[in-house]
Design a protein around this ligand. Structure first.
Ligand SMILES: [Fe+2]
Ligand SMILES: [Fe+2]
Length: 199
């Protein structure tokens, strides 16, 4: 990867380090989405890997200002940072498009965007983010995600490789949930364990 892109990733890391959200996550979440994106990339040889990795690092940077509309804000922040480093305009545009539509109910227009969105949604099964929110007693943050979980595999995820990864990640997630003993999480725990999450 060329130096300009590596420097841009460093900038994204700095911003994500300041995004303080125990569930939707800061740096740890960005790292996780990069990791999952790379796993999906292994099955998507047509995707531009540099676009995907740079976009994964930047995808939630707009949360530094607020969660509302952070998808477009992150996309703009990323593409402006890259343009200022003299990166090719087409690459900047691809990064913009890869980030701008990553919400669960949005429709990415590129393969790279589909990978970012799928990786971000697969990261909902990351036990660490649940634990961070439990440690912070931020239980209200789970509600929306619990509603999405039953549709995650078949309706939200788009790529076959993402659905395969879902099957791999689900058992670990469920065993984590089963072992939670925090009294305040018991209702959510029962609710999650009663959902039909695999098929
Ligand atoms: Fe996001
Ligand atoms: Fe995210």
């Amino acid at each position: 990867m060329q130096k300009g892109l590596l420097d841009s990733i460093k900038e994204a890391e700095k911003i994500m380090n300041k995004v303080d959200d125990s569930f939707h996550g800061g740096l740890e979440h960005a790292r996780k989405v990069v990791y999952i994106s790379q796993q999906i990339l292994a099955s998507e040889p047509k995707a531009n890997a540099d676009v995907v990795v740079v976009s994964a690092w930047w995808h939630d940077t707009g949360r530094i200002i607020g969660n509302e509309e952070h998808e477009k804000r992150s996309a703009l922040m990323a593409s402006e940072d890259l343009e200022n480093r003299g990166i090719d305009r087409i690459f900047c545009r691809q990064v913009y498009l890869a980030i701008a539509h990553h919400r669960y109910d949005m429709h990415p227009v590129t393969l790279e965007g589909t990978i970012i969105r799928d990786a971000d949604k697969l990261a909902l099964l990351d036990p660490k983010r649940w634990q961070n929110a439990i440690d912070d007693k931020a239980y209200h943050k789970f509600e929306h995600t619990i509603n999405i979980l039953p549709t995650l595999k078949n309706d939200v995820l788009r790529l076959k490789s993402s659905k395969d990864l879902y099957d791999k990640l689900l058992p670990e997630f469920l065993s984590y949930i089963r072992n939670i003993n925090e009294t305040d999480f018991m209702l959510q725990k029962q609710e999650i364990l009663s959902l039909k999450l695999s098929n």
